[in-house]
Design a protein around this ligand. Structure first.
Ligand code: CP
Length: 339
């Protein structure tokens, strides 16, 4: 039997995503427990996390299962990820064995791995995630990779639906902000995909040079078109916010300057005023657009206190929804409820 991975939302299609969202909403309302008794989910964190780790571990616990947490290079062996390499350096174990072994212990395996290296042409292929999924014989869950953060995307979709009701035709702005670091593009891509799959008009507001990978832009555009909506890209944040029903605020790095953080820092030095302020919020529909952010957020760098602590920020609901969508995902993948 072919195993089912969860590497992106779009790979599950509209029906698959709708099924997960409906189940997540039901679980949230009903407080359902059980369904994963005797099940194990191994979670490999090659990069840090607060929400993803805590919510996955909590989801397994609430439904009677168990989570095994592994932190390569900290409390478990350093992992080699390059194919065909002579392992005479600092790494101890190859992901080929790690993925195979964990697949023998666990019913599902989650992996978080941010971009490595300095070549976007290689990193954009998400080789570590896909190699891990290839070698692991059990379902693999993407806990954030170079290109996608689908568990976040599911939570974003549930949050948009909860706060906007019928999302069809409403405007979601994915709003770039300045940040001192060069961050991955997985979250803005997944957030835009989530909004597009919810039938929203998607606006990506970012400076010239910070467009998403062209394949991601094409994917978002195609998903918008499926609902008769459009994707708009602009470098004018104020204009983008006019009529916005939701604003997904997020910093991300330039794929053109990938792996060159010092160059990127210079290129964006004049963009510090790309910060989500009360004045920007006032441009949205009735000044009342819902404000999303995946967290962690840098206060007064990405979003001002007055917005984060104000009535329109839904970031804590969004973080809570990580738990509910992952409960639905785990029950679907390993709970034996869905064929
Ligand atoms: N949003 C999110 O994935 O949070 P963490 O990085 O803390 O897991």
């Amino acid at each position: 039997m072919t195993k089912r991975d969860f590497l992106s939302m779009e790979a599950w299609g509209r029906d698959g995503v709708e099924r997960l969202l409906a189940e997540a909403a039901r679980l949230k309302q009903a407080g359902t427990r059980g369904g994963l008794e005797g099940k194990v989910c191994a979670l490999v964190f090659m990069d840090p996390s607060l929400r993803t780790r805590a919510s996955m571990e909590t989801a397994m616990f609430l439904h009677g299962g168990h989570a095994v947490i592994l932190e390569p290079g900290k409390t478990s062996w350093t992992l080699e990820t390059r194919p065909g390499v002579v392992m005479d350096g600092g790494t101890t174990e190859h992901i080929i064995e790690a993925a195979r072994v964990l697949g023998r212990y666990a019913d599902a395996v989650g992996i978080r791995v941010f971009p490595r290296g300095d070549q976007w042409a290689e990193a954009r292929l998400d080789p570590i995630l896909h190699d891990f999924a290839r070698y692991c014989e059990k379902p693999v869950i993407n806990l954030e990779s170079t290109r996608r953060h689908p568990c976040q995307g599911l939570a974003d979709a549930l949050t948009l639906r909860e706060h906007l009701g019928d999302t069809k035709g409403k405007r979601c702005v994915v709003q770039w902000t300045w940040h001192p670091k060069q961050l991955p593009t997985a979250v803005p891509a997944s957030g835009a995909i989530a909004a597009a799959m919810m039938g929203m008009e998607v606006v990506i507001a970012r400076p010239e040079g910070w467009a998403l990978d062209p394949d991601d832009t094409a994917t978002i555009r195609a998903l918008c078109a499926e609902h008769g909506q459009q994707l708009i890209e602009t470098d004018d944040p104020a204009a983008a916010l006019d009529g916005a029903d939701a604003v997904y605020v997020k910093a991300w790095g330039s794929v053109g300057l990938f792996g060159r953080p010092e160059e990127e820092a210079k290129a964006k030095a004049h963009l510090r005023d790309w910060r989500y302020t009360p004045a920007w919020q006032a441009r949205t529909r009735g000044g009342a657009a819902k404000v999303l952010h995946c967290l962690p957020v840098r206060r007064n760098v990405e979003i001002d206190d007055a917005v984060l602590d104000g009535p329109h920020a839904v970031v804590i609901d969004e973080a809570e929804n990580r738990l509910h969508v992952q409960r639905a995902l785990l029950l679907d993948l390993i709970g034996g409820r869905t064929a």
